[in-house]
Design a protein. Structure first.
Length: 733
């Protein structure tokens, strides 16, 4: 449907894009300029530091070169003696030719010159005074020497480390001046304080020195000048005298890496700018022309954020938002809310056997069926995995609700035709009426989840509406689970009863061990219930091992031929189950031929490698394998074929209906024929009347179990049970 606000939106979009582009461009330019300035500033700081280091090195070098001539006893003696020739050769000529000093002076204690040598225009003669620019450094050194040698007879050691190096202007030219006392290291040439000669070296700040500093500091185009840098491409370092006044500037061509990078990238940036402008123009034009497409994409984005792409239904987040709003509306007088939670039965088997692609296809088909069944006011969603939800508005009549949910179960349980083949899954539904359970979303979800749990526990493929009893049942199961953990941990409270399995004459050929929990905290808890809880919470392995060990230990001390113990398929799937059984037989001393394991039908057996290996190992050792509750819908011919069992037991539900003319007799007769054809022992369970025994005898059954032949008894009453059975057999025989 066209949007009447599309033109306005286009104008706003164009203006927004223009503004954002201009702002972004300006920001990029400013950030780039700032980055360039920062890079250049960092480079300038490094160069300034390098210049400072190298100039300080020149100060130190001048002082160090002086010391080679001034700290020498021979120099003291020759200077005192006024040996001009010696001073020419060893001081003046040496420092000028070897180190490039421009002028060398030796000053007497009275301030006049003892010696002077200069390669420049300024030429001084012995007896003259130093220029005023040099008098300052010499005077300051004399003052330091006086303070250091006061009260001493020999000043050599005290003043040998003194010296002044600074920048001055000499004859209008900048220069470095080094001033140092002439002293001897040895005591054999003593000097009286105030009688010392002073050595003065002058190094003009010329191009040679600038080149040396620039080469050492990696600075380009360096030179000395009287003025600070005037060009943006130059950097400078001031050389100051003792009073802090600038004597000269050391100037060099500044390295501007940021600017250099910008200049190098200039053509590319200009081209990028042109391309950006062209792209912007194209984008604005497309934005103006394709407003409807923009709106469609925005709608799609909102859809993706709140919907499950695989199923094509709203996702959990959207579902919970709608549920919360619906509950708020109901609180304000809106339509009543009912929540359904739907879970697929046996979905994992499809994923495991046919692959995830088949599982995804199945979920899509389930979603399509659910969508087709939902009313216009309802909302269906995929909550995750194989769980779906349905919000019903205005429907709280329980009869209508039950009819709707029963129809949903039937529709969702129909076969699904996938690319990988036809599959059959069921659906369990739990429902909660918000007006009966509470107004908060968390409460309604919890109650629907409890109802779903009940539906799955009662056999799946059905609908259950929440009742308070369900929540209490779930809590009770939790309390039983905790008590069962404690009972197994303390090995206290659990017990076994034994029910006989008899021949037609009543002779006991075996007994079946039945678990009992007389001290359960909730009162007497049926074995079906606490074994079911054990299977659900993972306790079945510990419980099964206890039952097996207890039964074997009791029967080992009796004359009974065999004991039958129920084991869960969950136990049989464990890779070490057979080893566990053999360990118990060895510990109790019961031969394996006297043990019969009955596979219960609470969970459908899987023909996995571990199950097959365990059953094969047990049968090979002589343990009898029996398939319990045969023909009840779980234990079928396929299991007889897959597991090569030794015996089967006809479920009590068939025995109870014998002789009623509803076809049960034919089923039982077929089971007996099947068992005998495959060489299996067949036991009829739940035989309570003589008539049932006679019908079974007529069909060829030879093993019986039920109240007619004996009630379950405690282990201590087994001898009495055996005695009575033997007497009954003699009478019958």
């Amino acid at each position: 449907m066209p949007d009447v606000h599309a033109p306005s939106f286009s104008i706003q979009a164009v203006i927004s894009i223009l503004f954002a582009t201009c702002a972004t461009t300006l920001l990029v330019v400013l950030l780039g300029f700032a980055a360039m300035r920062q890079v250049d500033a960092d480079s300038a700081a490094r160069e300034h530091q390098s210049a400072d280091v190298e100039i300080q090195e020149e100060y130190a070098r001048l002082s160090q070169e002086q010391r080679g001539s001034t700290l020498w006893g021979q120099t003291v003696l020759q200077v005192r003696g006024g040996n001009i020739g010696w001073m020419d050769r060893n001081i003046g000529f040496w420092l000028q030719t070897q180190y490039g000093h421009d002028a060398v002076h030796i000053v007497r204690p009275d301030g006049t010159l003892q010696y002077s040598a200069s390669a420049q225009a300024l030429t001084l003669k012995p007896g003259q005074r130093l220029p005023a620019e040099l008098e300052g450094p010499v005077g300051r050194l004399r003052h330091q020497m006086h303070e250091m040698s006061a009260g001493l007879k020999n000043s050599s050691a005290a003043i040998s480390g003194l010296g002044i190096t600074e920048a001055v202007r000499l004859g209008g030219r900048p220069a470095l001046v080094g001033v140092a006392p002439i002293v001897a290291w040895v005591e054999s040439v003593p000097q009286r304080p105030g009688s010392e000669f002073i050595h003065v070296s002058v190094q003009y700040l010329d191009s040679t020195l600038a080149e040396r500093i620039s080469r050492a500091g990696n600075l380009r185009g360096a030179f000395f000048t009287d003025r600070p840098p005037t060009r943006w491409s130059e950097s400078g370092y001031p050389l100051r005298n003792a009073e802090g006044a600038v004597v000269a500037w050391f100037v060099w061509q500044a390295d501007r890496p940021g600017l250099r990078m910008v200049q190098a990238m200039g053509p590319a940036l200009a081209l990028a700018g042109l391309l950006g402008a062209a792209l912007l123009a194209w984008l604005l034009r497309r934005t103006w022309r394709d407003t409807e497409q923009l709106h469609r994409r925005a709608t799609e984005a909102r859809y993706l954020a709140s919907n499950d792409l695989l199923a094509g239904l709203p996702n959990r987040m959207h579902f919970e938002q709608v549920l919360a709003r619906a509950l708020e509306e109901e609180g304000r007088g809106g339509p009543p809310v009912t929540l359904l939670l739907i879970d697929l039965d046996r979905f994992k088997e499809v994923n495991d056997t046919l692959g995830h692609a088949a599982g995804d296809e199945l979920l899509r088909q389930v979603a399509a069926r659910l969508r087709a069944q939902a009313r216009a006011s309802d909302m269906a969603a995929r909550l995750g995995g194989d769980e779906f939800g349905l919000i019903l508005l205005g429907l709280q009549d329980k009869d209508r609700l039950s009819a709707l949910c029963s129809g949903l179960v039937q529709v969702l349980s129909q076969p699904y035709r996938l690319e990988a083949g036809e599959v059959h899954v069921g659906a369990s539904i739990g429902g909660a009426i918000a007006g009966e359970v509470g107004s908060s979303m968390e409460t309604v979800l919890h109650c629907a989840d409890v109802a779903l749990y009940r539906a799955k526990k009662e056999g799946r493929a059905r609908f259950r509406l929440f009742t308070p009893e369900m929540d209490e049942t779930r809590r009770r199961r939790r309390r039983i689970e905790q008590a069962l953990w404690q009972a197994l941990d303390q090995k206290d409270g659990l017990d076994l009863a034994f029910q006989p399995i008899c021949s037609p004459e009543g002779r006991i050929v075996a007994v079946e061990a039945l678990a009992r929990w007389p001290s359960a905290p909730e009162g007497m808890v049926s074995p079906d219930m606490f074994i079911d809880i054990a299977e659900e919470c993972g306790l079945i392995h510990a419980l099964g091992a206890w039952i097996l060990e207890r039964a074997c230990r009791v029967i080992a001390d009796t004359g009974l031929a065999r004991v039958a113990v129920n084991v869960s398929p969950l136990q049989v799937r464990r890779g070490d189950f057979a080893d566990e059984v053999f360990g118990i037989l060895e510990a109790t001393g019961l031969p394996s031929s006297r043990l019969e394991l009955e596979l219960t039908e609470h969970f459908h057996l899987d023909p996995g490698a571990a199950t097959r290996a365990n059953l094969q190992a047990l049968r090979a050792a002589g343990v009898t394998i029996t398939l319990d509750d045969f023909a009840t819908g779980q234990s079928l011919l396929q299991d007889v074929r897959d597991y090569e069992v030794d015996a089967i037991k006809i479920d009590r539900t068939f025995v109870r209906r014998l002789g009623e003319g509803d076809g049960t007799d034919d089923v039982v007769r077929a089971v007996l024929a099947l068992g005998h054809a495959r060489g299996l022992k067949v036991t009829a369970e739940g035989v309570e009347t003589v008539r049932q025994r006679e019908i079974l005898l007529g069909m060829g059954c030879r093993l019986f179990q039920g109240y007619l032949f004996g009630m379950p008894v405690e282990s201590g009453r087994l001898p009495e049970l055996m005695r009575r059975a033997a007497e009954q057999a003699e009478v019958t025989g």
